[in-house]
Design a protein around this ligand. Structure first.
Ligand SMILES: *Cc1c(COP(=O)(O)O)cnc(C)c1O
Length: 450
């Protein structure tokens, strides 16, 4: 047995708590931090850093927990993973093999879902800005459902489908005007947000959908925001409004085949109380159960977030004027959530001795030339030598998906762990690839590099 871990200073959860709450992670006396059966140090050796590492077991387990909660609430439900949370093809394939469909918001995500083997009959297309080209592709692929977000989009889908001799299965995304009480940048269900149609306009628009050529209205969709942790009240309020709308549509003789309940279920990044899938299933059952309709769910973060870490190396420790900084080789261009949402991510050292060493506060920062490139301000961490590995926890959703090449930093590699196996599932971007596609205009003469 390894020695007990030291307690964290302040209110942050200690290393032992962070590990215990993530069943795919464990600490070994010799190997240090291990994902499933693979030491993270071995992955860093094979793939370098920074590298995203995803646990196939955690992805399957979390999808399974969600589906079980829905089944136990007697809901006929399908789960459509929100590809925007993590569009890695290996991640999508793991989830597809475990029975998930996809919720996509762009042509690129639709192509990724198809490339991962998700059939069109399990794909939903959401989003406020679908282009004509994207609608055409959705029609050509004959996907399960397009979630329309405006009267204008409904007219456009109808015209394109009719011209192509197709019928689009369209759900109407409504904006229920509820406050999901999450970060302002990821709340979507207030009337001032750009998403969906006002619920007061929905019945008339749905009737119009039924009358238009090329459209089969299939139901109502709602998605009120992301990282929802403030209990089930916002969900209940939104679903109650959707239920009332469905009753109104039925009374008017309009067909409603299903309700798309969206995503948004939050996860505990630090130690905040976060709702369980059972609570969400209960909220759906309570508000929509009497309708006797199948439901769809579009979770992204809840499934993939806890399943991934961002593995980074310490470049050096730097003595600041007031305290020390741990400078790592991952930056805000890799994991933007702390800079963008003031997000807290657990940070664990990987080496076995570092997991039990004395702690002192440190700022953890990346190399990018922005003060916002700060992962943590006063985090209890051991002394870390150059080359020491750290893992940023809960980086499986909105991690690699939101990364960029800012500061001309190549995109990090991605690795999938499955039991005792691991594989690089996306190569680290090379410097040639980083510059590829750029050229100088002819009037500037010589080719780049010559
Ligand atoms: C982003 C999004 C989701 C997924 O949100 P999570 O918080 O990751 O569960 C689902 N549906 C729609 C329409 C979205 O835009």
């Amino acid at each position: 047995m390894a020695a007990p871990l030291p307690a964290a200073s302040g209110d942050d959860p200690c290393f032992a708590e962070l590990i215990a709450r993530r069943p795919h992670l464990s600490r070994h006396a010799l190997d240090g931090l291990v994902m499933e059966e693979v030491p993270l140090a071995r992955i860093a050796e094979a793939a370098g850093t920074p590298t995203w590492v995803y646990s196939a077991g955690a992805l399957r387990r979390r999808l399974g927990l969600l589906r079980r909660a829905l089944a136990e609430a007697n809901l006929a439900a399908t789960v459509h993973f929100a590809v925007k949370a993590n569009p890695n093809l290996a991640v999508l394939r793991v989830l597809a093999d475990a029975g998930a469909g996809a919720d996509v918001v762009s042509e690129g995500e639709l192509r990724a879902a198809r490339a991962a083997g998700i059939p069109p009959s399990a794909i939903v297309f959401s989003g406020v800005g679908k282009t004509e080209r994207e609608i055409r592709l959705a029609l050509a692929e004959d996907i399960l459902q397009i979630n329309a977000e405006s009267a204008e989009e409904v007219e456009e889908i109808s015209a394109l489908a009719a011209a192509l001799g197709r019928t689009a299965r369209v759900a109407l995304r409504v904006n229920p005007d509820v406050d999901a009480r999450t970060h302002a940048k990821i709340t979507t269900g207030r009337s001032e947000n750009k998403f969906g149609v006002a619920i007061s306009d929905a019945a008339a628009l749905y009737a119009r959908m039924a009358a238009l050529p090329g459209i089969e209205p299939v139901g109502i969709a709602v998605h009120i925001g992301s990282q929802i942790t403030a209990g089930m009240a916002p969900y209940r309020a939104a679903y109650a409004r959707v239920a009332a709308l469905v009753r109104e549509l039925r009374a008017a003789g309009l067909p409603v085949a299903r309700v798309d309940c969206g995503g948004g279920l939050g996860i505990p990044y630090r130690d905040e109380p976060a709702p369980l899938p059972e609570a969400l299933a209960g909220a759906i059952r309570g508000a929509l159960g009497d309708l006797g309709l199948p439901v769809m769910l579009e979770p992204g973060r809840w499934i993939a977030g806890p399943a991934g870490v961002l593995l980074a190396s310490v470049v050096r420790e730097k003595r600041g004027a007031t305290h020390r900084f741990v400078v790592v080789d991952a930056g805000m261009n890799d994991l933007v959530r702390p800079a963008m949402y003031e997000a807290w991510h657990g940070i664990l050292p990987v080496a076995p001795e570092a997991l039990v060493a004395p702690l002192s506060p440190a700022g953890v920062v990346g190399p990018v030339c922005e003060s916002g490139d700060t992962f943590a301000r006063a985090r209890a961490l051991p002394a870390l030598r150059p080359g020491a590995l750290v893992a940023f926890l809960d980086a499986g959703a909105y991690g690699a998906a939101m990364s960029s090449t800012y500061n001309a930093r190549p995109l990090a590699a991605e690795v999938l762990v499955d039991g005792a196996r691991f594989a690089v599932v996306r190569d680290r971007q090379g410097y040639d690839a980083l510059l590829a596609g750029q050229r100088l205009p002819p009037w500037l003469g010589r080719e780049p590099g010559s």
